[in-house]
Design a protein around this ligand. Structure first.
Ligand code: LRH
Ligand code: MN
Ligand code: MN
Length: 393
């Protein structure tokens, strides 16, 4: 890194300084698998305490100023009061995640359920979430549907698409001002035969029908093994339909491990497409969110680590020599072009990020700063009987 000239260092630091990463309220709470939830000491007991923890992550990293909510996991009586509390803590409320997957009524689906009564209930929940956005000032409604079928013949695949389109259209019509709808896809699980929004193409087609404020969410854990996610990123960027990321890491399926832990090279390739499109800037409109569960590791430091992993991948992407890359590509220099990318990926950007944090008046090592802060000891003493994230709650 020392070979970098000052102008390059300053340019990279300027871009990193503007980067924004949203953390999920549910990552601060107890979580596990369907086999066991391991309780940790000091975890939040309510949405206010989750926000307090998110504020700690922001204070230590400087780049995580918003926290996403999940309804009903984060249901409160007064959302304006929750937003005010967040602001007092130095953060803001981010995306509102709807939840139409944890109710007995949704056994055969929510918005695609063959029973119109269940569909009405699901749509009403989505509309309630828009109402919450009005109160919190959140821009984004994030929709993920567990809807699908387990057996061939169980339901009519095309009719389910019609029901989905109808529901989305009603909710889209309720959005006001700058509000957006973010549609998330997932290959499979919990449905195993058909899933109603299984891939980016299905999500994209529905967004196109709805209008420009319907955008696709890429959850990095929601693909088949070997899927080229950066291709999806590049395609959606070109179409102006990439609304957000749910970052996490996977080895097998929807593992929800810390982003950048399983395949940091993939994260770099994704961030390279973002940088190449100049889409890192918050004004561009992409929400860079984490969607993770910290089942066995301490939560706040794991979230700090995740934020740092995104920063490291981004810093490497910013170091790609765009001029040299374009020249090699034009010349058909396959090895040369690949070497430009690999050179940037091989750079150790940790000193540059430490320098950035010092510039921002932060400790260059946020995890060490967290350990020294005494926050864990404080919440362990104060909070007894912390909350489960929501899965299986
Ligand atoms: C579904 C998902 C979706 C949910 C979250 C808790 O697997 O990725 O984003 O809202 O997990
Ligand atoms: Mn997700
Ligand atoms: Mn997921």
């Amino acid at each position: 890194m020392s070979h970098l000239d000052q102008a390059t260092r300053d340019g990279v630091k300027r871009a990193l300084r503007e980067q924004r990463i949203e953390t999920p309220s549910w990552a601060y709470a107890n979580s596990g698998t369907r086999f066991k939830v391991f309780a940790q000491q000091g975890v939040p007991r309510d949405p206010y305490e989750k926000i307090a923890d998110a504020a700690v992550v922001h204070r230590l990293t400087g780049v995580a100023p918003t926290v996403a909510l999940h309804i009903p996991w984060d249901r409160v009586d007064d959302y304006a009061d929750l937003a005010k509390y967040a602001s007092d803590q130095g953060v803001a409320l981010g995306a509102i995640n709807s939840n139409v997957f944890q109710d007995d009524d949704y056994k055969l689906g929510s918005v695609t359920n063959p029973d119109p009564r269940v569909r009405r209930k699901a749509i009403d929940h989505l509309l309630e979430c828009v109402g919450i956005m009005d109160a919190t000032g959140s821009r984004d409604l994030k929709l993920w549907f567990s809807d699908g079928t387990n057996y061939p013949g169980q339901d009519d695949i095309r009719a389910r698409q019609d029901r989905l389109a109808e529901a989305l259209s009603e909710v889209y019509g309720r959005l006001g001002g700058e509000q957006r709808m973010l549609l998330e896809y997932k290959l499979f699980e919990p449905a195993f035969y058909t899933t109603d929004v299984p891939d980016w193409g299905t999500a994209y087609a529905h967004c196109l029908e709805l209008g420009p404020r319907a955008q696709v969410v890429i959850d990095t854990g929601h693909h088949a093994p070997g899927t080229n996610i950066e291709f999806i990123v590049a395609f959606l960027l070109r179409q102006g339909r990439l609304g957000a990321f749910d970052f996490n890491s996977r080895f097998y399926a929807d593992d929800d491990l810390m982003v950048g832990s399983a395949d940091p090279f993939q994260l770099f390739r994704i961030m390279h497409e973002i940088v190449r499109a100049d889409a890192l800037r918050p004004e561009y409109g992409i929400a860079f969110m984490l969607d993770q569960c910290h089942n066995i590791e301490p939560k706040i430091p794991a979230i700090i680590r995740s934020v740092m992993n995104v920063q490291e991948a981004t810093a490497k992407a910013l170091l790609v020599d765009g001029t040299a890359l374009a020249a090699a590509q034009r010349a058909g220099d396959v090895l040369g072009a690949n070497a430009v990318l690999m050179d940037a990926y091989a750079a150790d950007v940790r000193p540059l990020l430490a320098e950035l944090r010092a510039d921002l008046g932060l400790d260059p090592d946020p995890i060490a700063a967290y350990r020294r802060s005494g926050y864990l000891e404080k919440i362990t003493a104060e909070r007894v009987g912390g909350q489960q994230a929501g899965w299986g709650a």
